[in-house]
Design a protein around this ligand. Structure first.
Ligand SMILES: NC(=O)c1ccc[n+]([C@@H]2O[C@H](COP(=O)([O-])OP(=O)(O)OC[C@H]3O[C@@H](n4cnc5c(N)ncnc54)[C@H](OP(=O)(O)O)[C@@H]3O)[C@@H](O)[C@H]2O)c1
Length: 241
């Protein structure tokens, strides 16, 4: 399948994996719309990508969702890469429930609400691709919220593939990717962390966002893929990372 003249909406398409995905959809001939909360990031993404429409949207604010999709109108492919970023780690017994709820509010409920609001506008021949993370398949001690919410997204996508058919619903599950989500760390610590991760991975490097973007384009194009989780994690699961 070609993406020529297909319309793709990428919520979270102004940074990291979403930005790289927006560029790749565009290079395949799609008309691309990106959205995220910050006007500054939207403007920067539009400038960087070029022929793309950008909108300010907070996927945690349900009142913004319906007007956004009404403005966009009918389209073919929904990709959601948006997420707040913070992921708590620590012993389950000492983690506050509020912290877990905040993370679910962003990554899980945000994706859920986006699909619900977008549904009337997605063409029956189209696709929805959500984003989880390798932690769902390779749980780590002390990462209860991260593992639970990424697993919830994968479970949701499997049932949506049945409920929303013939619209196809899939998930991309990235491993560690060098994106602005790590920009809060100082450069030296980030480089040291990436080096350590790279040495443990089968592919011997931390992913660039462009390597993950390929998966979203593949799932949009592959008319026989639905209900699947595409693991793009450099062998992290086999490495036990
Ligand atoms: N990077 C990794 O190592 C990694 C690993 C596993 C999974 N993932 C997953 O991959 C996805 C993309 O991550 P990334 O590393 O590319 O992150 P990123 O560079 O921080 O990009 C996140 C994007 O989401 C947007 N966003 C955040 N909250 C939003 C909201 N409430 N409403 C609308 N947009 C919102 C951000 O823009 P605004 O700030 O303008 O809203 C930004 O465009 C996330 O689901 C993440 O959990 C990443």
């Amino acid at each position: 399948m070609s993406l020529q003249n297909h319309r793709a909406v990428i919520v979270g398409g102004t940074s990291g994996i979403g930005l790289a995905t927006a560029k790749l959809f565009l290079s395949q001939g799609a008309q691309v719309i990106v959205a995220s909360r910050s006007q500054k990031k939207v403007d920067a993404a539009v400038k960087e990508i070029g022929a793309v429409q950008g909108y300010v949207l907070d996927f945690q604010d349900e009142s913004q969702m319906k007007p956004f999709f009404e403005k966009i109108g009918d389209f073919d492919h929904l990709v959601v890469t948006a997420a707040g970023g913070a992921t708590s780690h620590g012993p389950f017994g000492s983690m506050g429930i509020d912290v877990a709820r905040t993370e679910f509010d962003s990554k899980f409920w945000g994706q859920y609400a986006t699909v619900k609001a977008a549904l009337p506008f997605i063409r029956k021949s189209g696709s929805i691709t959500l984003t989880s993370g390798a932690a769902a398949a390779r749980p780590m001690k002390g990462a209860s919220t991260l593992v639970a919410l990424n697993s919830a997204i994968e479970g949701l996508a499997r049932v949506l593939a049945m409920d929303l058919a013939p619209i196809r619903v899939n998930v991309v599950s990235p491993g560690v990717v060098d994106t602005p989500v790590f920009s809060g760390m100082d450069a030296e610590s980030r480089a040291a962390m990436f080096q350590q991760i790279a040495e443990s991975l089968l592919v011997q490097h931390v992913a660039k966002p462009e390597e993950i973007a390929e998966a979203y384009v593949y799932l949009a194009k592959s008319t026989y893929m639905t209900g699947s989780v595409l693991q793009v994690e450099g062998g992290a699961i086999l490495s036990g990372l």
